[in-house]
Design a protein around this ligand. Sequence first.
Ligand SMILES: [Zn+2]
Ligand SMILES: [Zn+2]
Length: 311
Amino acid sequence: MMHRRTFLKSMALAAAAGPRLAAQANLPWGSPVLDTHLHLRRDADACFTHIQGCGVTRAVLLTPARDESRAIEEMARRPGVFARSVSADPAAADGDQLIREALKAGAVSIGELKFHLALDSPEMRRVYDIAAEMQVPVMMHIQNFPHFAGELPYNTGYPQFDKIIRAYPRTNFIGHGDLFWAHISADVPTDRGYPSGPIKPGGLSDRWLSDFPNLYADTSANSGNNALSRDPDFARGFVKRHQSKLIFGSDCSCLDGKGGGISQNNNPEASRLAGKCVARETLTLLQGLASPEVFRQIAWENGMKLFKIPA
Ligand SMILES: [Zn+2]
Ligand SMILES: [Zn+2]
Protein backbone atom coordinates (compact mmCIF):
# COMPACT_ATOMS: atom_id res chain seq x y z
CA MET A 1 0.00 0.00 0.00
CA MET A 2 1.28 3.43 -0.92
CA HIS A 3 1.44 6.04 1.82
CA ARG A 4 -0.56 9.18 1.15
CA ARG A 5 2.52 11.37 1.15
CA THR A 6 4.38 9.05 -1.23
CA PHE A 7 1.30 8.94 -3.42
CA LEU A 8 1.04 12.75 -3.57
CA LYS A 9 4.74 13.00 -4.29
CA SER A 10 4.50 10.54 -7.16
CA MET A 11 1.47 12.41 -8.52
CA ALA A 12 3.45 15.64 -8.42
CA LEU A 13 6.36 13.98 -10.19
CA ALA A 14 4.04 12.57 -12.85
CA ALA A 15 2.46 15.98 -13.37
CA ALA A 16 5.87 17.59 -13.71
CA ALA A 17 6.96 14.92 -16.17
CA GLY A 18 3.67 15.16 -18.06
CA PRO A 19 4.54 17.71 -20.72
CA ARG A 20 7.93 16.12 -21.31
CA LEU A 21 6.50 12.63 -21.60
CA ALA A 22 3.80 13.95 -23.92
CA ALA A 23 6.43 15.63 -26.05
CA GLN A 24 8.35 12.39 -26.33
CA ALA A 25 5.32 10.26 -27.02
CA ASN A 26 2.42 11.32 -29.20
CA LEU A 27 2.59 15.11 -28.95
CA PRO A 28 5.91 16.04 -30.54
CA TRP A 29 4.86 19.73 -30.64
CA GLY A 30 3.93 19.74 -26.93
CA SER A 31 0.30 20.35 -27.90
CA PRO A 32 -2.16 18.57 -30.14
CA VAL A 33 -2.13 19.98 -33.66
CA LEU A 34 -5.01 20.35 -36.12
CA ASP A 35 -4.01 20.80 -39.77
CA THR A 36 -6.95 22.68 -41.27
CA HIS A 37 -5.50 22.65 -44.78
CA LEU A 38 -4.63 19.14 -45.94
CA HIS A 39 -5.77 18.32 -49.46
CA LEU A 40 -7.34 14.90 -49.86
CA ARG A 41 -4.82 12.81 -51.80
CA ARG A 42 -5.40 10.30 -54.54
CA ASP A 43 -4.45 7.57 -52.08
CA ALA A 44 -6.46 8.91 -49.16
CA ASP A 45 -4.39 7.02 -46.60
CA ALA A 46 -1.37 9.07 -47.67
CA CYS A 47 -2.97 11.87 -45.63
CA PHE A 48 -2.60 9.73 -42.53
CA THR A 49 1.04 8.98 -43.44
CA HIS A 50 1.64 12.73 -43.72
CA ILE A 51 0.12 13.74 -40.39
CA GLN A 52 1.93 10.95 -38.57
CA GLY A 53 5.21 11.93 -40.15
CA CYS A 54 5.01 15.55 -39.04
CA GLY A 55 3.37 15.03 -35.64
CA VAL A 56 -0.05 16.41 -36.50
CA THR A 57 -2.93 15.01 -34.42
CA ARG A 58 -5.99 15.67 -36.60
CA ALA A 59 -6.71 17.23 -39.97
CA VAL A 60 -9.45 18.70 -42.11
CA LEU A 61 -9.30 17.01 -45.50
CA LEU A 62 -9.97 19.61 -48.18
CA THR A 63 -12.37 17.73 -50.40
CA PRO A 64 -13.90 18.61 -53.77
CA ALA A 65 -17.57 17.53 -53.79
CA ARG A 66 -16.82 14.83 -56.40
CA ASP A 67 -14.32 13.16 -54.02
CA GLU A 68 -16.59 13.15 -50.98
CA SER A 69 -16.99 9.37 -50.80
CA ARG A 70 -13.22 8.87 -50.68
CA ALA A 71 -12.95 11.34 -47.80
CA ILE A 72 -15.79 9.61 -45.95
CA GLU A 73 -14.06 6.23 -46.37
CA GLU A 74 -10.80 7.61 -45.03
CA MET A 75 -12.58 9.19 -42.06
CA ALA A 76 -14.19 5.84 -41.25
CA ARG A 77 -10.84 4.05 -41.48
CA ARG A 78 -9.25 6.51 -39.00
CA PRO A 79 -11.98 7.37 -36.49
CA GLY A 80 -11.46 10.62 -34.60
CA VAL A 81 -8.63 11.77 -36.87
CA PHE A 82 -10.16 13.49 -39.87
CA ALA A 83 -12.94 15.92 -40.69
CA ARG A 84 -13.72 17.07 -44.21
CA SER A 85 -14.57 20.26 -46.07
CA VAL A 86 -16.41 20.65 -49.34
CA SER A 87 -15.51 22.67 -52.39
CA ALA A 88 -17.34 23.13 -55.65
CA ASP A 89 -17.25 25.79 -58.34
CA PRO A 90 -19.76 28.45 -57.21
CA ALA A 91 -20.28 29.37 -60.88
CA ALA A 92 -21.38 25.84 -61.86
CA ALA A 93 -25.11 25.26 -62.17
CA ASP A 94 -25.11 22.71 -59.34
CA GLY A 95 -22.37 24.41 -57.26
CA ASP A 96 -24.61 25.65 -54.45
CA GLN A 97 -26.46 22.39 -54.24
CA LEU A 98 -23.27 20.30 -54.02
CA ILE A 99 -21.97 22.51 -51.22
CA ARG A 100 -25.23 22.44 -49.29
CA GLU A 101 -25.64 18.67 -49.57
CA ALA A 102 -22.09 17.96 -48.42
CA LEU A 103 -22.54 20.26 -45.41
CA LYS A 104 -25.78 18.48 -44.51
CA ALA A 105 -23.90 15.17 -44.79
CA GLY A 106 -21.23 16.31 -42.32
CA ALA A 107 -18.64 18.50 -44.03
CA VAL A 108 -17.39 21.06 -41.48
CA SER A 109 -16.34 23.90 -43.79
CA ILE A 110 -16.43 25.29 -47.32
CA GLY A 111 -13.08 25.39 -49.08
CA GLU A 112 -10.78 25.90 -50.34
CA LEU A 113 -12.53 28.02 -52.97
CA LYS A 114 -9.95 28.60 -55.70
CA PHE A 115 -11.85 29.83 -58.72
CA HIS A 116 -11.57 32.74 -61.11
CA LEU A 117 -14.33 34.79 -59.54
CA ALA A 118 -14.51 38.17 -57.87
CA LEU A 119 -14.86 38.14 -54.09
CA ASP A 120 -17.96 40.33 -54.47
CA SER A 121 -19.50 38.34 -57.36
CA PRO A 122 -23.07 37.05 -57.07
CA GLU A 123 -21.71 33.47 -57.20
CA MET A 124 -19.44 33.99 -54.20
CA ARG A 125 -22.17 35.90 -52.36
CA ARG A 126 -24.40 32.85 -52.61
CA VAL A 127 -21.67 30.80 -50.93
CA TYR A 128 -21.30 33.38 -48.13
CA ASP A 129 -25.04 33.05 -47.51
CA ILE A 130 -24.79 29.26 -47.32
CA ALA A 131 -21.85 29.56 -44.89
CA ALA A 132 -23.91 31.86 -42.65
CA GLU A 133 -26.99 29.68 -42.84
CA MET A 134 -25.08 26.44 -42.09
CA GLN A 135 -22.69 28.15 -39.62
CA VAL A 136 -19.50 26.84 -41.22
CA PRO A 137 -16.42 28.88 -42.17
CA VAL A 138 -15.53 29.54 -45.80
CA MET A 139 -11.92 29.60 -46.97
CA MET A 140 -10.75 31.42 -50.07
CA HIS A 141 -7.47 31.17 -51.97
CA ILE A 142 -6.63 34.78 -52.81
CA GLN A 143 -3.91 35.14 -55.45
CA ASN A 144 -3.28 37.52 -58.33
CA PHE A 145 0.37 36.95 -59.31
CA PRO A 146 0.71 33.80 -61.48
CA HIS A 147 2.75 30.75 -60.38
CA PHE A 148 3.13 29.75 -64.04
CA ALA A 149 2.71 31.52 -67.36
CA GLY A 150 -0.93 32.15 -68.12
CA GLU A 151 -2.32 31.40 -64.64
CA LEU A 152 -5.31 33.64 -63.98
CA PRO A 153 -6.02 35.34 -60.65
CA TYR A 154 -8.26 33.74 -58.02
CA ASN A 155 -10.82 35.55 -55.86
CA THR A 156 -10.15 39.00 -57.22
CA GLY A 157 -10.97 42.37 -55.67
CA TYR A 158 -9.20 41.82 -52.36
CA PRO A 159 -8.57 45.54 -51.65
CA GLN A 160 -12.36 45.99 -51.38
CA PHE A 161 -12.97 42.78 -49.41
CA ASP A 162 -13.75 44.75 -46.23
CA LYS A 163 -17.12 45.68 -47.75
CA ILE A 164 -17.97 41.98 -48.07
CA ILE A 165 -16.75 41.10 -44.56
CA ARG A 166 -18.92 43.91 -43.20
CA ALA A 167 -21.94 42.95 -45.31
CA TYR A 168 -21.86 39.33 -44.11
CA PRO A 169 -21.41 39.55 -40.33
CA ARG A 170 -22.75 36.02 -39.80
CA THR A 171 -20.23 34.49 -42.22
CA ASN A 172 -16.84 33.44 -40.90
CA PHE A 173 -14.20 34.05 -43.57
CA ILE A 174 -10.78 32.41 -43.63
CA GLY A 175 -8.16 34.24 -45.68
CA HIS A 176 -5.45 32.20 -47.38
CA GLY A 177 -3.10 32.51 -50.34
CA ASP A 178 -0.40 34.72 -51.75
CA LEU A 179 -2.19 38.06 -51.96
CA PHE A 180 -3.98 37.70 -48.61
CA TRP A 181 -0.58 37.24 -46.95
CA ALA A 182 1.21 39.84 -49.08
CA HIS A 183 -1.25 42.34 -47.55
CA ILE A 184 0.18 41.67 -44.10
CA SER A 185 2.30 44.67 -45.18
CA ALA A 186 1.06 48.11 -46.24
CA ASP A 187 3.22 47.97 -49.36
CA VAL A 188 2.49 45.12 -51.75
CA PRO A 189 4.75 44.73 -54.78
CA THR A 190 3.00 43.75 -58.00
CA ASP A 191 5.90 41.85 -59.56
CA ARG A 192 5.89 38.80 -57.27
CA GLY A 193 3.61 36.67 -55.16
CA TYR A 194 5.76 36.30 -52.07
CA PRO A 195 7.30 39.61 -51.01
CA SER A 196 10.33 39.39 -48.73
CA GLY A 197 11.96 41.77 -46.26
CA PRO A 198 10.62 44.09 -43.59
CA ILE A 199 6.87 44.61 -43.25
CA LYS A 200 5.40 48.08 -43.37
CA PRO A 201 2.73 48.34 -40.62
CA GLY A 202 -0.87 49.02 -41.61
CA GLY A 203 -1.43 46.18 -44.11
CA LEU A 204 -5.04 45.43 -45.02
CA SER A 205 -5.01 41.83 -43.75
CA ASP A 206 -3.50 42.91 -40.43
CA ARG A 207 -6.05 45.72 -39.99
CA TRP A 208 -9.04 43.65 -41.02
CA LEU A 209 -8.13 40.81 -38.64
CA SER A 210 -8.34 43.44 -35.88
CA ASP A 211 -11.44 45.18 -37.21
CA PHE A 212 -13.67 42.21 -38.01
CA PRO A 213 -14.53 39.37 -35.61
CA ASN A 214 -15.54 37.22 -38.62
CA LEU A 215 -12.18 37.23 -40.43
CA TYR A 216 -9.61 34.52 -39.71
CA ALA A 217 -6.25 33.68 -41.30
CA ASP A 218 -4.91 30.29 -42.38
CA THR A 219 -1.14 30.01 -41.90
CA SER A 220 -0.74 27.40 -44.63
CA ALA A 221 1.50 27.08 -47.67
CA ASN A 222 4.54 29.07 -48.65
CA SER A 223 2.38 32.20 -48.51
CA GLY A 224 1.66 31.91 -44.77
CA ASN A 225 5.14 30.68 -43.91
CA ASN A 226 6.80 33.44 -45.94
CA ALA A 227 4.66 36.19 -44.40
CA LEU A 228 5.38 35.02 -40.85
CA SER A 229 9.11 34.56 -41.39
CA ARG A 230 10.09 37.66 -43.45
CA ASP A 231 10.15 40.05 -40.47
CA PRO A 232 10.32 38.20 -37.11
CA ASP A 233 9.94 41.31 -34.94
CA PHE A 234 6.75 42.27 -36.75
CA ALA A 235 5.54 38.65 -36.79
CA ARG A 236 5.83 38.30 -33.00
CA GLY A 237 3.46 41.24 -32.53
CA PHE A 238 1.16 40.04 -35.30
CA VAL A 239 0.87 36.56 -33.76
CA LYS A 240 0.15 38.02 -30.33
CA ARG A 241 -2.38 40.51 -31.69
CA HIS A 242 -4.28 37.90 -33.67
CA GLN A 243 -3.79 34.90 -31.39
CA SER A 244 -7.49 34.04 -31.50
CA LYS A 245 -7.75 34.55 -35.30
CA LEU A 246 -4.80 32.54 -36.66
CA ILE A 247 -5.40 28.94 -37.61
CA PHE A 248 -2.69 26.44 -38.41
CA GLY A 249 -2.82 24.75 -41.78
CA SER A 250 -0.04 23.23 -43.88
CA ASP A 251 -1.20 22.85 -47.50
CA CYS A 252 1.81 20.54 -47.62
CA SER A 253 2.03 17.99 -50.39
CA CYS A 254 5.20 16.23 -49.23
CA LEU A 255 4.87 12.46 -49.02
CA ASP A 256 6.03 11.52 -45.56
CA GLY A 257 5.62 14.56 -43.31
CA LYS A 258 9.39 14.93 -43.43
CA GLY A 259 9.83 16.76 -46.72
CA GLY A 260 10.04 13.78 -49.09
CA GLY A 261 8.62 14.15 -52.59
CA ILE A 262 7.39 17.56 -53.72
CA SER A 263 6.15 19.98 -51.08
CA GLN A 264 4.88 23.03 -53.02
CA ASN A 265 3.93 21.62 -56.43
CA ASN A 266 7.30 22.64 -57.91
CA ASN A 267 6.26 26.29 -57.81
CA PRO A 268 9.63 27.98 -58.50
CA GLU A 269 8.70 31.01 -56.40
CA ALA A 270 8.17 28.71 -53.41
CA SER A 271 11.55 26.97 -53.78
CA ARG A 272 12.56 28.09 -50.29
CA LEU A 273 10.40 25.19 -49.02
CA ALA A 274 11.65 22.59 -51.51
CA GLY A 275 12.59 19.36 -49.75
CA LYS A 276 10.92 20.54 -46.56
CA CYS A 277 7.62 19.65 -44.91
CA VAL A 278 5.57 22.86 -44.74
CA ALA A 279 3.75 21.60 -41.62
CA ARG A 280 7.03 21.11 -39.76
CA GLU A 281 8.47 24.40 -41.00
CA THR A 282 5.44 26.48 -39.99
CA LEU A 283 4.94 24.75 -36.63
CA THR A 284 8.62 25.36 -35.84
CA LEU A 285 8.22 28.99 -36.91
CA LEU A 286 5.13 29.44 -34.71
CA GLN A 287 6.91 27.90 -31.72
CA GLY A 288 9.59 30.56 -32.11
CA LEU A 289 7.06 33.39 -32.39
CA ALA A 290 4.50 32.46 -29.74
CA SER A 291 4.32 31.41 -26.09
CA PRO A 292 3.34 27.75 -25.55
CA GLU A 293 -0.21 28.90 -24.68
CA VAL A 294 -0.59 30.94 -27.86
CA PHE A 295 1.02 28.17 -29.91
CA ARG A 296 -1.64 25.78 -28.62
CA GLN A 297 -4.38 28.25 -29.54
CA ILE A 298 -3.13 28.59 -33.11
CA ALA A 299 -2.13 24.96 -33.62
CA TRP A 300 -5.22 23.44 -32.06
CA GLU A 301 -7.89 25.39 -30.19
CA ASN A 302 -8.85 28.09 -32.71
CA GLY A 303 -9.37 25.58 -35.51
CA MET A 304 -11.24 23.04 -33.37
CA LYS A 305 -13.62 25.83 -32.31
CA LEU A 306 -14.10 27.52 -35.69
CA PHE A 307 -14.61 24.25 -37.56
CA LYS A 308 -16.73 22.91 -34.64
CA ILE A 309 -14.83 19.63 -34.57
CA PRO A 310 -15.97 17.38 -31.72
CA ALA A 311 -13.04 16.88 -29.31
ZN1 LIG B 1 -4.71 27.51 -51.79
ZN1 LIG C 1 4.74 17.75 -45.39
